[in-house]
Design a protein around this ligand. Structure first.
Ligand SMILES: Cc1ncc(COP(=O)(O)O)c(C=O)c1O
Length: 376
């Protein structure tokens, strides 16, 4: 249907073999490949982090809030411009989400000054999102969290492999939550990673993932245990071996795939930067290496976004929106969420163009030419 779709899997025979090997092995639920994936992902991040592979990124975020014992009566600061999972998990644990605005039309990440302004004596934690793969201002955010005694949770769904001042995103906070959803830079269909440097939070994460149980089915299968204790209430947020095996292959491909995304992003920037009124965010974003997860643009003010989406579609190009404002959703309309003018305007004018590692420079030119023609 599409000449150029928004995202394409970076899969080949290696993924096929990885899954086939698991199926042939006779062990498909969480086991040795999960342990290998966790170890390799931890080595990739550095900083002696401990990793717990889970069923999706939302599960990892939910576990982070539960592990930090955030609940009724607490406030959690979140970026106004993010996927709905961040506000949903805060609501799901009974805490109150408080929105912080984006920094500017050039830097869409959460504004540290906004965080500081919105702290109250009920604020317990801050969730940051490295939007599109561009790291937040971690020096400023970590300073605020230290000074106000707040937990820091990194939502790293967009930023797998991104670095801030040479340190990988996902290693700054108390807990980080990664997503390996289909369209992410590391893609297994559905999957996620709960990451922490702290032994206590690691232990809690492992228990939360699997019913609070002290042993796994694998331990009993291998004769290491015959029973188990339940040391806290928990959930079933486990991953399976097929997806862990996909994760191992995808992790090996990630550095080259992210480099390819960078090349394509730079080509987009070069070809679109002379359009009047169009803003490309995060150009020359300081102190960082991005993971170039998506390519977002801010359409000129006077442009009707829906008609652009329609005309791109007519040209065979898929586009998307990251993200509608929370107060446009039925569930959050009546919440009385704080006003965040920059993020709300970004939500109204943002358009995401296709970006994936197997895209070609000719594809980028095709999209850029179509957009230039549409914007006249
Ligand atoms: C910023 C952000 N946070 C959280 C999530 C949730 O991840 P998942 O879909 O794996 O539950 C996503 C992905 O969809 C995301 O983009």
């Amino acid at each position: 249907m599409w000449k150029i779709q928004l995202f394409k899997l970076n899969y080949d025979d290696r993924e096929v073999k990885a899954v086939a090997d698991v199926v042939k092995s006779g062990w498909i639920t969480m086991g040795e490949r999960t342990i290998e994936f966790e170890k390799k992902f931890g080595d990739f991040l550095g900083k002696d982090v401990k990793c717990t592979a889970v069923s999706n990124g939302t599960a990892a975020l939910h576990m982070a809030l539960l592990a930090l014992e955030i609940g009724i009566g607490d406030e959690v600061l979140i970026p106004s411009l993010t996927f709905v999972a961040d506000i949903n998990v805060v609501k799901m644990v009974g805490a109150a989400p408080v929105l912080a605005d984006s920094t500017s039309f050039e830097d869409w990440n959460i504004n540290p000054t906004e965080i500081e302004k919105k702290i109250t004596d009920r604020t317990k934690a801050v969730i940051v999102v490295h939007y599109a793969g561009y790291p937040c201002n971690m020096d400023a955010i970590m300073k605020i969290c230290r000074e106000h005694n707040l937990f820091l949770i990194e939502d790293v769904a967009h930023a797998i492999g991104a670095e801030y001042k040479g340190q990988k995103c996902g290693t700054f906070g108390d807990v980080a939550a990664f997503s390996f959803f289909t369209n992410k830079n590391l893609s297994v269909g559905e999957g996620g990673m709960y990451v922490t440097r702290l032994d206590e939070l690691d232990k809690k994460g492992k228990h939360l993932r699997s019913h609070g149980m002290t042993t796994l089915t694998l331990d009993r299968h291998q004769g290491r245990a015959i029973s188990y204790d339940v040391v806290q209430p928990g959930l079933n947020y486990r991953i399976d071996e097929m997806r862990a095996a996909l994760g191992i292959v995808q992790l090996e491909k990630l550095p080259n795939a992210n480099k390819q995304r960078e090349l394509l992003t730079n080509a987009y920037i070069q070809q679109l930067s002379d359009i009047n009124g169009l803003v490309i965010p995060f150009v020359n974003h300081p102190d960082c290496t991005s993971s170039y997860h998506i390519f977002p643009i801010l359409l000129p003010k006077s442009i009707d976004r829906l008609s652009v989406v329609g005309l791109l579609k007519d040209a065979g190009i898929q586009s998307s929106i990251h993200y509608p404002a929370f107060n446009e959703f039925s569930a959050y309309k009546k919440e009385g969420l704080l006003c965040t003018p920059i993020a709300n305007e970004i939500s109204r004018r943002e358009l995401t163009l296709p970006l994936y590692p197997t895209m070609t420079l000719d594809d980028v030119r095709f999209v850029a030419d179509a957009l230039k023609e549409i914007l006249g």
